[in-house]
Design a protein around this ligand. Structure first.
Ligand SMILES: C[S@@+](CC[C@H](N)C(=O)[O-])C[C@H]1O[C@@H](n2cnc3c(N)ncnc32)[C@H](O)[C@@H]1O
Length: 269
């Protein structure tokens, strides 16, 4: 009663202010383990903002729909087998949800979560601690974090030293293709990673808010000699979702990018 009366007597913050405040959010990825019928409910708890763009101007303080779709793909058996035991590198990681899911539940060998915004990288560290993960140390299962702005050269000679991990097998990015002006820099960064490892696979999950912007990304990939294939893992309609829950108002697609003829993908369409 006393808690209720203090809540009733406190003033309600305006919508704009409350959208900037951070809250704990738990994303659940329910499913069945491979090889047996054991049910699992992998979850990741994050401290994040509701605002689409935070007051400091970044879009990285909340988790976006494209990350939830890519997380669902990794948690499903087809995606899980493709990342288990691999080294992963995340671009524009935002809250770090994907990297944390992979480190906490999906048996990744090593992971580096990066973002161009230093404040966002700090929130990834906080979110790792919330999930009981070590940060920036050499232990297995730890998440390494770093500030990485797209377009800056990737130095092969210092990569291990810079990121505490060898060249990645997989580079991922969710909702990183929304701004036409930064697409050339994003694609230049992908090129840098292909120079480190020619058999690299890149998985980009994109919310298609503007078709021209996404076509600009696909066009830049084509001009750089990348092979692009859409992964057959559609978003679940909102009324059928069992978690994680996300809006499907705009189409969300996962694309696999390889260099040259690239690796064959049976799930590509
Ligand atoms: C829409 S958010 C997506 C965050 C997260 N991947 C997700 O889906 O929840 C885009 C992220 O890309 C980062 N970003 C934008 N431009 C960047 C750049 N030029 N270099 C590095 N990161 C950038 C932002 O800081 C932000 O965290």
């Amino acid at each position: 009663m006393s808690a209720m009366s203090s809540l009733l007597s406190s003033s309600v913050p305006c919508e704009a202010d409350s959208a900037q405040q951070k809250a704990y959010v738990t994303y659940s990825f329910p499913g069945r383990s491979t090889g047996d019928s054991t049910c699992h409910d992998w979850s990741v708890t994050l401290l994040e903002a509701r605002a689409v763009i935070s007051s400091c101007g970044t879009t990285g303080l909340r988790t976006w729909e494209a990350a939830l779709l890519l997380g669902s793909y990794f948690a499903a058996s087809s995606g899980r087998s493709s990342i288990r035991g691999k080294r992963m590198f995340e671009l524009g990681a935002g809250t770090g949800m994907l990297s944390i899911l992979c480190a906490k539940h999906l048996g990744i060998d090593g992971i580096v979560a990066t973002d161009g915004d230093e404040a966002v990288v700090d929130t990834i560290k906080t979110n790792c601690f919330l999930n009981g993960l070590d940060v920036d140390d050499a232990s297995r299962g730890a998440v390494r974090t770093a500030a990485l702005k797209w377009g800056r050269p990737i130095d092969a000679t210092t990569f291990q030293e810079d990121y505490g991990m060898g060249a990645p097998d997989i580079v991922v990015g969710a909702d990183v293709t929304y701004d036409k002006s930064v697409i050339p820099r994003l694609v230049a960064t992908l090129s840098g990673f292909f120079e480190l490892n020619a058999t690299l696979q890149v998985l980009i999950s994109a919310t298609i808010r503007n078709e021209q912007t996404f076509e600009a990304f696909l066009g830049a990939c084509g001009r750089n000699g990348f092979t692009i294939a859409q992964v057959d893992f559609p978003a679940v309609p909102e009324d059928q979702q069992k978690g994680p829950f996300y809006r499907t108002t705009s189409p969300i697609q996962i694309w696999r990018i390889t260099k040259g003829s690239g690796a064959k993908d049976s799930s590509a369409v």
